[in-house]
Design a binder for this molecule. Sequence first.
Ligand code: SAM
Length: 223
Amino acid sequence: MLLSMPFFDECLRRYMKQATDVFNDWAHRGKDEGMERGHSPAVNEMLEVAFQRTNQENEPFSFADLGCGNGWVVRMVGGLENCIQADGYDGAPHMIEKAKNTDSKHGYHLALFPDMQPPQQYNLIHSMEFMYYLHEPQQMLQSIHDDWLAEGGWAVIGIDHYAEHEESLGWPEALDVHMSTFSEQEWITMWNDVGFTEIYAWRANQSEGKPGTLAIIGKKGQN
Ligand SMILES: C[S@@+](CC[C@H](N)C(=O)[O-])C[C@H]1O[C@@H](n2cnc3c(N)ncnc32)[C@H](O)[C@@H]1O
């Protein structure tokens, strides 16, 4: 009997670990701090590009980080003078607990995606190394565009697991966690399909022999 692909998908869903469980354990073991060090060069570049495009007038803006881990990006952006609100959302309880214990100024919320509906809309949404853990990242991207972003708002997202990054293709097996694998062009198409405008994609923190983070930015609203 031939077994269908959806059947295999369903089996994998059931037997692979949940990403939030893996990262909850990482938070207990202090591995969130290594992630922060590892991701910060790409994130700094992504935010630099975001601020060049989105906020040339230094206007007040609200910010949310989806899959925020221990909240380090929320604290960094929340510390900017014209950031009027910065919130982080993550599905790993210990990541959120750590974020709250370190910082009482900003909002940290335990939230499982894609089910979580936003309590409000934001001017800038950031996400680093989170989207591909979802089984249907396009659905999340649509929700970021439709539900999470205010009109005229921007999203900037970083992804290290993508088809052109060959080394990353072994990560699902190594971590025993589902990852949705798409090429650079497939991600860009997704951004177009859900309605983003002014889409720009580049490789952040790229150097010789290092493919870099696939970074994509886009706007909700007309060009
Ligand atoms: C690779 S870590 C990145 C954390 C942070 N963005 C950073 O750069 O340090 C991925 C994060 O996404 C969160 N995550 C993964 N799948 C999730 C889901 N379905 N709902 C909510 N959070 C999720 C994990 O708990 C984890 O903290």
